[in-house]
Ligand binder design. Sequence first.
Ligand code: CP
Length: 307
Amino acid sequence: HRHFISAADLNAVQAAELLELADGFVDLNRQTSKKLDLLKGRTVMNLFFEASTRTQSSFELAGKRLGADVVNMSPRSSSMSKGETLIDTAVTLNAMQPDLLVVRHASSGAASLLSQKVGCSVINAGDGQHEHPTQALLDALSMRRAFGRVSGLTVAICGDVMHSRVARSNVSLLNTLGATVRLVGPPTLIPAGADRWGAEIHHDLRSGIAGVDVVMMLRLQLERMQGALVPSAREYFRFWGLDREKLAAAAPGAKVMHPGPMNRGVEIDSDVADDPNISLIQNQVEMGVAARMAVLASLAARLENRP
Ligand code: CP
């Protein structure tokens, strides 16, 4: 594919190749000199209609470490209508001849829509509740480096699955890579039809994470909820917040992940999140740069023959 819109764009061989490439970039990023020229002469445009700390800065670093020119744009979504304005924006940007366009937008399907209107490669950096494929890639890279493999692991994705693009992309990529996936959350936060995604559904945190290798906690996405559905933080933490006591149900040596940003004391206890022996959360951030370098390099290689 010219674009990277969904984790399902990757088959098992392509996913393994990207992870291998990214793994090498992790080692490069730990060196004093981090610059390559794989993307020399290329232009990467970051177009973030929604807030981001990790994804935007890691795409910027990834592009720069590969030698590309990187342009960051953060349009104020409040002043733009969806649909028409998005297409207008895409056509305008396309006229500036970028090679790679990295897009985050609050509407599911936005990245796919843009990809049909531009001549460059489009990378989905999160579209509404739909997908966040580079997050799934960096999560798989984090697991691979922690366990030496992804295949055969059991991963529980817990909490607000309903509003989570991270969950959807992870279920897809983890299945492609041969992991077993559970979705764990209250019935109100597991979407109808999730039983067809390729994951077991559990409605109790302790039994849902029993024996798993990885507990991936999701942010409670209050900004995507209607008032009537919003639980209190204290009530949510009591049943769905991961603390050391609940984590004891997981396999010995289990690792804890969270895509960030975290709501401490809501879905995760700081005691667990900050323990370097069990938490991969900082590793995930580090892997984000390498995973995005791999995606940029791989798509740029496909553009090589473009006039
Ligand atoms: N995990 C993630 O996408 O974080 P940001 O929203 O900070 O980019």
